[in-house]
Design a protein around this ligand. Structure first.
Ligand SMILES: [Zn+2]
Ligand SMILES: [Zn+2]
Length: 244
């Protein structure tokens, strides 16, 4: 199984899970915030291999290009408000997802979890025979549910309080940003605290997502989470290709 990162920030999010052999590839797209042309290129224009697209919420950095997939005949799994905002040409290929429901997407099993953002948002537990279970949570200031037997965490560490405080004090970041972040995104210490409460027995790696360009310090995020969990931790960037 390969995980290809096409974007992991407020500029655009998209991840590709690629299972199977070259002859019979099965790809699951996670988030649609990167231009469709870039996704097609990353798939070597083999769109037939895509079993579906999962979209967490309606913000452009996650959903902007979702309709392009649907218009190409690929099934898109998204919240009702995301589907509502799509052009009519895309709607027939959209499936509404609901919290605490499971879906079979090709050889992938997907379970949907509620997140806490400033618009309706979902996280996913994605399971495939080749990689085990991945816990995916982004754009959320808190995570309510913990799931057993997770092999990989893909989890938001959006900002560091230390960096945000400094930026607000120096005027680089406006003070109201703190109020917005508190109700929408995950601070790195919160990410670490959440993970320490999880059963990490089967966890191989922690991948951190969606870091803020201005209000985070990558090394600090990694250090905090690695210290708290004792698991190899790294930040995902566009262009990364990881074997799971
Ligand atoms: Zn986002
Ligand atoms: Zn968002």
């Amino acid at each position: 199984m390969e995980l290809i990162v096409l974007g992991s920030s407020s500029k655009g999010n998209c991840y590709l899970f690629k299972a199977g052999s070259k002859a019979k590839e099965e790809c699951l797209v996670l988030e649609a915030g990167i231009p469709f042309t870039a996704v097609k290129k990353a798939l070597n224009f083999n769109l037939n291999s895509v079993v579906g697209v999962l979209c967490s919420h309606r913000h452009g950095d996650h959903a902007k290009y979702l309709h392009k997939f649907a218009e190409t005949g690929i099934t898109c799994y998204a919240n009702a408000d995301v589907i509502e905002s799509m052009p009519d040409s895309a709607k027939p290929l959209c499936k509404e997802i609901k919290s605490m429901h499971g879906y079979k997407v090709g050889g992938y099993k997907v379970f949907v979890l509620p997140m806490n953002h400033d618009v309706p948002c979902h996280g996913f537990v994605i399971e495939h025979a080749e990689m085990g279970r991945v816990f995916f949570a982004t754009d959320t200031f808190a995570i309510k549910y913990r799931v057993a037997d997770i092999n990989y965490y893909m989890i938001e560490a959006n900002y560091n309080d230390e960096v945000l405080d400094e930026n607000i004090a120096s005027g680089k970041t406006h003070g109201v940003m703190r109020d917005r972040l508190l109700q929408s995104h995950m601070e790195a210490s919160m990410t670490a605290t959440f993970l320490t409460k999880c059963d990490l027995k089967r966890t191989k790696q922690v991948m951190l997502l969606h870091l803020s360009e201005n209000n985070s310090d990558e090394k600090m995020c990694v250090r905090k989470v690695e210290r708290a969990t004792g698991k190899p931790t790294y930040v995902l960037h566009a262009g990364d290709e990881i074997s799971l």
